[in-house]
Structure formats: structure tokens, C-alpha cells
Design a protein around this ligand. Structure first.
Ligand code: SF4
Length: 415
């Protein structure tokens, strides 16, 4: 059976060669295809850790409600997932010093910890106020064509208490919020279609099948822009979850989360936004007494610079739901069915070839589109991870720091 999912459909649309390397290279009837870098990708592992922690929060909350010990358990799960994946090493610029690499690892762990605490204190309670949680990270699949299965795993399925309407809930960790991107995102179509189709195809003991799902409620937790830190020699996220300010005169310690502070001109009485002052310096939140969790709890209780407003105001956002459109869904299905059927045939053909014949077939069937259109930068400042094997001839990518891809969905590994 052939499997696909949203990530691999999108990878083809970003760059067909990325789809080849990431999902089709070396595919046989017995083994799943694709390669991934041996070293962990920091941003990806932060996202995975946060998803693990938030999934635990939603599951626990569904059964027991939310208390600090429950959040602590979820934080431990999230940070453990991050630690396990990054233990094999992290892909970072070779120019970084060992101290800078360690700082980035510590910042990543703190980001996971801070985000899961934030989810436990603010985000999940806001969800529970309006919705009932029906499912959390439930694996499923639906037939895209008779020969291709679409695997999916929505973060949650929610039922609005007031209306009974169903929504897919989708969590994203990102540096910044790009509204246009999620408003036209495939996710608003694919997971809604797949969840309903799954109900029609399989006999689940699920909720009011085949009740219509109204759309996707996205939730963004933002890591903040990265800025060069000249002292550490690396880029750091400007986020109140991980980066605070400390005034330490040897006797007293004063912590702050905002560099901008409201002030009043003592002569005119005029109010203006001023700066904290030179006696403060940037300090990582894991140095706060009790660590990141205590820091986030103190911010949540409004104990630190309450005059500066909500410290989490720019850290998370839940835009209006993306409501489904049947016309759009039908059009999307037409497009991806043709795309995915062609990829099955094309990948089988290239995988049988060797040498120059293979190179020619790859150029024709999986062109290096993003090489020519965006210089292999998939996002501003983010270079494609396949550069080491894609831009210079490479017969054996497994000897260049890559390994076979791990299955994204367990059902794919099973057949
Ligand atoms: S290195 Fe460039 S051409 Fe190759 S897969 Fe990545 S984006 Fe595409």
C-alpha cells in the first residue's frame, strides 16, 4: 500500500526533489522511503516536545482537570521527549563554540518547558471553557485513492459546548505569526476531510459519525524572533518564556520580563514608554529561582512588572477558526490525487535506475525547483536540510550524515 500525509504532499509542492529525498529515496515494498539528517533539528524537536506535553495536558485535563502536579507531569513528558531526541546531537552552524551549542540546547529545553507551562496555565483552560475534548492525537487514515492512503493525526478533536459543533484543534509552534500562511493552509482542508472520511470508511466507536466537522481552530505558540547575541556568539529567541532581565547588585535581585516600561516625565507629567535601565542585563529564565516553571507561574500571577501588561500577549494566539469549504475541499482533492498518483509511479521508476539514467530521471520527475526559485532557502534564513546530499553528486547519502527516515505514522511502518 502507498502512504502519504500532509507533510509529504506539501514537501513536493515546496520542491519536488525535497519530496524525493525526504520520502521516496530507497523506497521498496518492504521498507519505507526517505532520508533525514542524523543530527536533531532544534526547532523541530522543540515543536515535538511541546506537542508531547500539550497532548498529555489535554488527556489529563479530560480525565482529572488541571492542577500544578498535572502540569508538572506534562512538562516532564515534553522535556524528556526533547532530551531524548537531542541527545544524538543538534544540527547547528559549525562556527558555534561548544558553550554556544550548550546554550542553544538549554534554550530549546527551556522553550519546551515554558510553552507547556503556558499551555497548562492559560491555553488549555481557555479551550476547556469553550470546548469538550473528544480525541487527542488520534492516529487515522482515509483513502485518497484506491491505492493511496492518507495518514493523519490531528492534535485534538473538540466539541463546542454551546453549539455542539465539532472542530479540529491544531497547535503550531513558530517564531512569528504569519496570518496569510495559515488562512490558506492545507491543514484547514486535509484533516477535516480525512477525519470525516475515516469515519465513513471505518467502523469507529466514535462521536456522532459522520457528523460534519466545521473547520480547524489553530493555536500558535510563538518562540519570538531570533537576534544575534554577541556575547554568546549565537542567535537567541527574544521570548519572555526564555529570556528575562536581571538587576543584581550583589545584595538584591530584581527580575523583569519587558525591556520597555511605562514611565512618567516628572516635570511635565507626560507618560511615555522608556527602557529598563543600564543596571539590568539579559538573563536566561532557567536562572530564575526555582527555574522556568516558577518564572512562568510568577508571570501568570502578574507578580513581575504588572505595569507592562500581559507578558504572554504576544506569545500565543488563537485566530478565528478556519471554516471548511466543500468546493475548496473537492478542488484540493482533485489536485493532490493527481499529484500523489504520479509520485507513486515516478518514484518507483527512479528507484529502479542507477547512475546517469537515475540522474536524468530525477531531473525530469523530481526537479530541484526550490534551488532555482529560492536558492534552497525554504523560509527566510532557513536553508533546506538536504543541501549536503542534493547540490553535489552523492551516491551514498547514508555516509553523509543522513539516516533512513523514521515513520511519521505507525500505520505506515506496518504496511
Ligand atoms: S537542497 Fe534545494 S533543490 Fe535540493 S531538495 Fe532542498 S530545496 Fe530542493
Amino acid at each position: 500500500m502507498n502512504w502519504t500525509d500532509r507533510s509529504r504532499i506539501e514537501s513536493y509542492q515546496v520542491c519536488p526533489r525535497l519530496r524525493w529525498w525526504g520520502y521516496e529515496w530507497g523506497r521498496t515494498d518492504e521498507e519505507i522511503g526517505g532520508l533525514e539528517p542524523e543530527l536533531a533539528r532544534l526547532e523541530l524537536e522543540i515543536g515535538s516536545g511541546v506537542h508531547a506535553g500539550v497532548a498529555a495536558l489535554l488527556t489529563y485535563a479530560k480525565r482529572h482537570g488541571l492542577t500544578d502536579p498535572v502540569i508538572e507531569d506534562a512538562v516532564a513528558l515534553g522535556t524528556a521527549a526533547f532530551a531524548v531526541e537531542t541527545a544524538r546531537g543538534i544540527a547547528l552552524p559549525q562556527s558555534l563554540t561548544p558553550e554556544a551549542v550548550e546554550f542553544k540546547r538549554r534554550e530549546g529545553a527551556a522553550m519546551v518547558e515554558g510553552m507547556v507551562w503556558l499551555a497548562g496555565l492559560r491555553i488549555v483552560p481557555a479551550i476547556l471553557e469553550r470546548f469538550e475534548v473528544l480525541e487527542v492525537e488520534r492516529e487515522g487514515w482515509a483513502s485518497l485513492t484506491p491505492e493511496i492512503r492518507f495518514a493523519y493525526r490531528p492534535d485534538a478533536l473538540l466539541r463546542e459546548k454551546e453549539t455542539g459543533d465539532l472542530y479540529i484543534w491544531s497547535l503550531k509552534t513558530a517564531s512569528e505569526l504569519y496570518e496569510a500562511e495559515f488562512k490558506r493552509s492545507m491543514q484547514g482542508l486535509s484533516e477535516v476531510w480525512a477525519r470525516e472520511q475515516d469515519n465513513l470508511e471505518h467502523d469507529h466507536d466514535s462521536h456522532d459519525p459522520p457528523k460534519r466537522i466545521m473547520g480547524v481552530q489553530m493555536c500558535f505558540i510563538l518562540k519570538g524572533r531570533k537576534h544575534e547575541d554577541k556575547v554568546r556568539g549565537c542567535k537567541v529567541h527574544y521570548s519572555p518564556l526564555t529570556r528575562a532581565f536581571l538587576r543584581d547588585d550583589g545584595i538584591t535581585h530584581e527580575w523583569a520580563w519587558s525591556w520597555d516600561v511605562p514611565k512618567t516625565n516628572y516635570k511635565t507629567g507626560e507618560e511615555y514608554v522608556g527602557k529598563l535601565g543600564a543596571n539590568f542585563r539579559a538573563a536566561p529564565t532557567w536562572q530564575y529561582p526555582g527555574g522556568v516553571g516558577e518564572w512562568v507561574k510568577a508571570l501568570h500571577r502578574g507578580e513581575i512588572q504588572p505595569e507592562c501588561g500581559d507578558p504572554f500577549g504576544k506569545v500565543w494566539a488563537t485566530p478565528e477558526p478556519y471554516f471548511r469549504s466543500d468546493l475548496e475541499t473537492v478542488s484540493w482533492l482533485r489536485q493532490v490525487r493527481v499529484q500523489e498518483e504520479a509520485i507513486v509511479d515516478n518514484a518507483a521508476e527512479v528507484n529502479q535506475l542507477e547512475g546517469l539514467e537515475r540522474e536524468v530521471a530525477l531531473d525530469e520527475l523530481f526537479p530541484q525547483e526550490a534551488k532555482w526559485t529560492r536558492g534552497c532557502y525554504l523560509y527566510p534564513g532557513v536553508e533546506c536540510e538536504m543541501v549536503p546530499i542534493c547540490l553535489t553528486p552523492c551516491d551514498d547519502p547514508l555516509s553523509r550524515g543522513f539516516r533512513r527516515r523514521r515513520a511519521n505514522h505507525p500505520q505506515e511502518a506496518g504496511g
